[in-house]
Design a protein around this ligand. Structure first.
Ligand code: HEC
Ligand code: HEC
Length: 339
């Protein structure tokens, strides 16, 4: 007579199989695999030293203060929300460096969230954005700690996310970098939605940021990143805000609840005190030129189907197999420079 396998038997089969699934899962969430996938789409990240980066200045009334104190105020604070336990957006000696700026744009940012001497090699969040101008592919990397630990990481040898084994005594890629799932949980794309690069008065004091204001931009590496929304370009006819750069459909134009960062106000309205850069029109004149445009963008942001809204993808369309020249041609002809 046919006998069904006992529960006991099924349970032991499961016990044998489960670790296999768990292993497959680990592999999918592996830093090195992610690094290699990004290298294929974009480029290899070189080894770099945070201390070689340009310092992002923190001034008070235009001068570097004689002493920095936790949670002080300053002329141009960092805009990214730092963990509450850290020492605030005016913490000095963040360093930023362009690793490449050609068809491949790549930048390393070593943020300070705790006050340390200028030449201290420790940093609290090490971040990379890499972008392929031709295809639009963009990858995001961030160190695991993100300010959660006041000792930070030694940034003198930042291991490439593709490096299996570091030289003796150096931190490994798997120990430094967040796994793809952890990166995805930070929701980078919500804020970096208009194009890969975010300019704020803080980081724009350096000349390190690449520009690709109208180029393709998509996170197409797959895996955990498939869960990210695809930002769209929000526009209206004759809009005075979109003449120099796009306005993205996620946190640039609208409030968003972002994983690990919580509720964030729209970047667009946050930027109004300094946008466009170098504009010295009086409040009334500003209002005449820009108010309607900002209102139009907010309206289209809330409802993409509202009348008059021009909503289009930022990713390169699939049918365009051949590389396009337009992105880099635009880049060089646009009057896109900061004051
Ligand atoms: C809550 C919004 C937000 C999220 C989410 C976010 N960023 Fe940013 N990021 C910013 C802002 C704002 C700046 C501009 C610098 C500043 O003022 O802090 C920036 C700047 C950067 C820079 C320097 C280059 C540039 O574009 O200015 C890098 C590199 C970077 N972010 C990486 C990341 C990575 C990697 C993630 C995801 C793990 C991420 N960011 C998630 C807001 C965000
Ligand atoms: C004359 C060109 C110009 C116009 C018009 C302009 N911007 Fe900008 N915008 C810039 C430049 C240049 C930057 C980079 C900032 C810098 O270098 O200081 C920037 C950056 C930004 C950013 C920073 C975030 C990011 O993704 O880099 C936002 C948000 C923004 N602009 C919103 C607006 C809004 C809203 C308007 C309309 C009120 C507007 N801009 C009009 C040139 C312009």
């Amino acid at each position: 007579m046919l006998k069904l396998p006992s529960r006991h038997f099924l349970a032991s089969v499961l016990l044998i199989l489960l670790p296999l699934f768990a292993h497959a899962e680990d592999h999918e969430d592996d830093v090195i695999q992610y690094g290699q996938d990004c290298a294929k789409l974009i480029a290899e990240v070189p080894v770099f030293n945070c201390l070689n980066g340009e310092i992002v200045k923190v001034t008070v009334d235009g001068k570097e203060p004689s002493e920095y104190t936790p949670n002080m105020t300053c002329d141009r604070p960092a805009y990214l929300p730092y963990p509450k336990t850290a020492e605030g957006a005016c913490t000095p000696y963040t360093r930023v460096q362009t690793l490449r700026d050609d068809n491949i744009q790549m930048l390393g940012l070593c943020r300070r969230m705790y006050i340390r001497p200028i030449d201290d090699p420790h940093f609290d969040s090490i971040e990379i954005i890499m972008h392929n101008v031709t295809s639009g592919s963009t990858c995001f990397m961030i160190s695991k700690k993100f300010g959660g630990n006041p000792t930070g990481d030694d940034g003198r040898r930042v291991p490439p996310p593709t490096e299996e084994t570091p030289p003796a005594g150096m931190i490994s890629a798997r120990d430094l970098w967040a796994t793809p799932k952890e990166v995805a949980n930070h929701g980078c794309i919500y804020c970096h939605d208009s194009d890969p690069w975010i300019y704020t008065p803080w980081i724009a004091q350096t000349k390190q940021l690449p520009q690709d204001p109208y180029g393709y931009h998509s996170v197409d590496v797959g895996g955990a990143f498939k869960a990210w929304p695809k930002p769209m370009s929000i526009n209206t006819r004759g809009n005075t805000c979109t003449g120099c750069h796009r306005i993205g459909s996620l946190n640039t134009c609208g409030a968003q609840k972002i994983p690990t960062f919580g509720d964030q106000p729209p970047k667009m309205t946050q930027s109004l005190t300094w946008m466009p850069p170098g504009s010295h029109e009086g409040a009334e004149e500003w209002s005449t030129i820009y108010k309607q445009s900002v209102d139009d963008l907010s309206r289209c942001c809330a409802d993409h189907d509202a009348p008059g809204c021009l909503v289009s993808p930022i990713a390169k369309p699939h049918f365009m197999a051949a590389p396009q020249k337009s992105a880099s041609a635009l880049k060089t002809t646009l009057p896109f420079s900061h004051p």
